[in-house]
Design a binder for this molecule. Sequence first.
Ligand SMILES: Cc1cc2nc3c(=O)[nH]c(=O)nc-3n(C[C@H](O)[C@H](O)[C@H](O)COP(=O)(O)OP(=O)(O)OC[C@H]3O[C@@H](n4cnc5c(N)ncnc54)[C@H](O)[C@@H]3O)c2cc1C
Length: 580
Amino acid sequence: MRDLRLHDNPLYHVGDDTSVDPVQCFPVFIFDDHDFAPRPSTCRPQHWNAVHLGPHACRVLLESVQDLQQSLRHRGGDLFLRTGSTVPVILQLLQDTQATEIVWNEELGIYEQERSQQVLDAITANFPHVTVHTFCDSTLYHPDDLPHGAEEWERYAHPERSKQSKKKQNKKQGKTAKSSGNHLFDRHETPGKSSKNNLVDLAPTRFEGIPPIMGDFRRAARDKAQVRSCLDTPSSRIDYGTMKNYEMPTLENLLRPLLCLSDDDNLIMGLPHSLIRQVCHHAIQQHDTDCKDNLYQGIAHGGETRGLQHLQDFCHHHAATAQRNLACVDNHQSSRLSHYLTFGCLSPRKIVKESELQNQQTNAGDCNWLISHMTMRDFFLYTCLATGKAFYLRDGIPVNKKAAKMIVWKDWQNESVQLWHQWATGQTGLPLIDAGLRELTQTGYCSNRVRQNAASVLTKDLGVDWRAGAEWFQFLLIDHCVGANWGNWLYFSGKGSDPKHRHFRTVSQALKYDKDGVYVKMWLPELRELVLSFDSEAYLRPWDFSKEATRWKIPIVPPESQYTLPDLERLRAEGRLINS
Ligand SMILES: Cc1cc2nc3c(=O)[nH]c(=O)nc-3n(C[C@H](O)[C@H](O)[C@H](O)COP(=O)(O)OP(=O)(O)OC[C@H]3O[C@@H](n4cnc5c(N)ncnc54)[C@H](O)[C@@H]3O)c2cc1C
């Protein structure tokens, strides 16, 4: 599901280095029912449901599959579509095609890995002669190229420290696992599996010793691993096979389990079915809407073809002047590449390659930030793999344990459920947060700045279990990716890898990153109607503007807690705080 592209995709190069005859190939995509149907939520299993793939992500997925099918058809092949449950579908396919090899790219997440294991076990049991190849192709660095074992990670993350204790290390070095080199098809056997299979090793034990701090990870990964070169589009040696194909499902079809929720069904994240249906309708409306018609350019479509065009355009015309820190970003201010990466319509190596090309052409570091963000993304993806199930625990994996202890989660009682509802539906009274949740509901996207603030308020101000926020984001985001979403939630809730324990003061953030109030006005029509002021600050903290204050809802957290100390002092000195 996360490799919907032809460029830089090892699936289309299997056999390049071995066989003489062309390889017959049947590219298949399975719409697995489990991805679209409600399942128990992680944080309130008895009462609430969640879904693996929300409506906006479904839309982008469908567009990406459609695009890939078109591209394969242009090459004389096809993308064969199936629906149902992955395991029986694959067994049936092996039966129908009499294939001797099967290849897939791994999805990076613990539950995703469990599914992959189930498929592997079923194949081993039913088709012992079939060889399985698995790849890990959604990260910048290949897992085989990263350091192995705690000592090697430490050595690359802290070369200075390591030099000092070289003597000590030399003794131990014999015990350190060896890196497996830099070959394209290096893979690790999973112990106990048939030796003919070529399986990439993504078990948590493989990543033992991975640094919990982002800077350390990036340094070690950069210094130890090379970014592998991009593969061309499919090998010309592929002979596309033919078999029965099925119709592309419609988005309505995929969203049926959500569109048909009834009173007997558990609520998705405790929220009314009407809201869930509303999100579905937004997604359906945006399907095939041309983003150029959209004033805000907020609708992002899926597919490799669009992804490659957008990447080129962004790197060459906008990356140098991008302002990704703002609350309101269109697709010139921030790259808007995340949904292409999520579904594998673009490979991270392709992004780095295009960035380097632009850097060379301008002899400047226009795209350095983008390259650096690809290693940041790897940090979250690999941390997720390394952490295993602890990644989903309420108390998380804090690097700053002392500070993490200060965050106490409220029990799920009436008060916290109400706070949760207000936050999730964009009714907190804090314009930046409410605008963010509304934008997410309608489009499936909001900027990194807004995501950070929303996470900080829910966890550090309201004390609501971070996993509820992560699951609601999982439902809403077009670019949902387990490592990036859950990892960032852990980070900003104070239960993850943020050593500084950042606490965002949302009003001050709005004063800095949405200073003209463009963003909040765009997403909060009621604020626009209520506040008719020339002073843009009135939109960012309406309760402090006398006329409007009486009619604007009082924020659910004390407003003064949402200013930095310098802002609070300045505004107090100027006599501009009325209700704070
Ligand atoms: C609470 C929270 C949840 C998030 N959930 C996701 C998610 O599910 N999927 C996702 O791709 N990103 C997630 N992010 C990270 C980030 O917000 C988005 O990647 C970014 O906003 C997407 O917009 P863009 O493509 O224009 O990014 P840009 O700012 O242009 O960055 C370029 C690329 O770098 C990567 N990137 C940037 N920041 C991060 C980051 N903090 N963590 C990981 N990768 C990053 C993304 O692939 C992004 O496309 C989350 C951040 C927070 C705070």
